[in-house]
Design a protein. Sequence first.
Length: 112
Amino acid sequence: MKKTVLINASFLVEVDETEVRKDFGMIDQIANELCHDQKIRIGTNEVNVEWESSSTVVLDPGSMNCGKCSTCGRWITDREKSDPLLQLCNGATFKGKLLCDDCLPEDHRWSF
Ligand SMILES: [Zn+2]
């Protein structure tokens, strides 16, 4: 018996602010390149992967639970604050600094 699995993948891209407001600008064109049906070869099997949906969000640390790790600069979400963006890497605020799961101290709850 087969099961259907919904795989979500997220990508980050930096574009000029002027691109954000464009219809079918760089963002839509990039999404088109990323989102299509694919045949993926796993060993000797070929698996059909059907594109289902995509969405884009312009990250805004002022209004969303997201920001860059103070140490490595990776985009992360603070898991100890409300409305985390779960598609981003986990992080938390430690001694006043937003840190990713790699940069948090090893014994921290959200350390990887
Ligand atoms: Zn980091």
